[in-house]
Design a protein around this ligand. Structure first.
Ligand SMILES: [Fe+2]
Length: 248
């Protein structure tokens, strides 16, 4: 069995440093890796990235992240990624990484993703150039996830995104903003590979559990949804959801 800890939308700035650390110090006893589903910072500045690295870096287990829309807010996402990488954190964008865990290969493929909406209520590639550009962005991120997921051989494969791949985990959010919270194309990407689990964030008022059309378990790990420092999920196991543990 492989145990992965996951959280998203931690929005770290200097005022947040220290809030997660006590629970994170205990993480290596509970999980084999930590995955963070974007919105690591509040406004995407290198200074905030350093705060995130201080809070979430230097753990005794690998830390793998994707960026979120907040991490793009200052147009310094490349600098943000560099700060994190320098701190030993793996930043995925259209890429995959493989970890060896007790003789098993854990593959993690990640992208920020983008909005676009879901079946019956999605943006379409028609009309103004701006709308075509919007849909092309959606498609580009989804294609990057498809390629990343299919680029690795692993015993257990996880998809890590910021935007949601299914509408089920958005339940609780206003219907009107679903197209800005995720897109069906990410779900299609997840179903294009033997994905064991899909993790995302972004929807603070959504629900934790969903499933892709192909049957892959989806978990919204946004901090306001899971209400603790991280959840633990089990791979190569009968049950994806580990017994809830109190790690505020
Ligand atoms: Fe977000």
């Amino acid at each position: 069995m492989i145990r992965i800890a996951a959280v998203g939308d931690v929005h770290v700035d200097k005022d947040v440093v220290g809030r997660y650390r006590p629970a994170l110090e205990e993480l290596p006893a509970r999980a084999d890796a930590l995955l963070v589903a974007g919105d690591l910072t509040r406004h995407g500045t290198p200074e905030e990235a350093r705060c995130f690295a201080k809070e979430f870096g230097g753990l005794a287990v690998p830390v793998i992240v994707v960026l979120g829309n907040h991490d793009h807010q200052s147009d310094q996402q490349d600098e943000v990624a560099e700060v994190l990488t320098d701190a030993g954190i793996t930043v995925l964008e259209g890429e995959a990484t493989v970890l060896e865990i007790r003789g098993h290969r854990l593959g993690v493929a990640g992208t920020k993703g983008f909005g676009g909406g879901f079946a019956g209520a999605c943006a379409s590639n028609f009309g103004e150039r701006e709308m075509k550009d919007f849909v092309a962005t959606t498609e580009r991120y989804a294609e990057a996830l498809t390629n990343a997921l299919n680029s690795v051989q692993a015993d257990a494969l996880v998809a890590l995104t910021h935007y949601a791949p299914v509408p089920e985990t958005l339940v609780g959010e206003p219907l009107e903003i679903y197209p800005f919270l995720g897109c069906y194309q990410l779900g299609r990407s997840i179903d294009s590979a033997p994905t064991a689990l899909a993790l995302h964030g972004h929807a603070h008022h959504g629900a934790e559990r969903g499933r892709t059309p192909g049957g892959v378990p989806v978990r919204n790990v946004a901090h306001p949804v899971i209400k603790q420092a991280y959840n633990v999920y089990q791979l190569l196991s009968e049950e994806v959801d580990a017994t809830l543990i109190a790690v505020r």
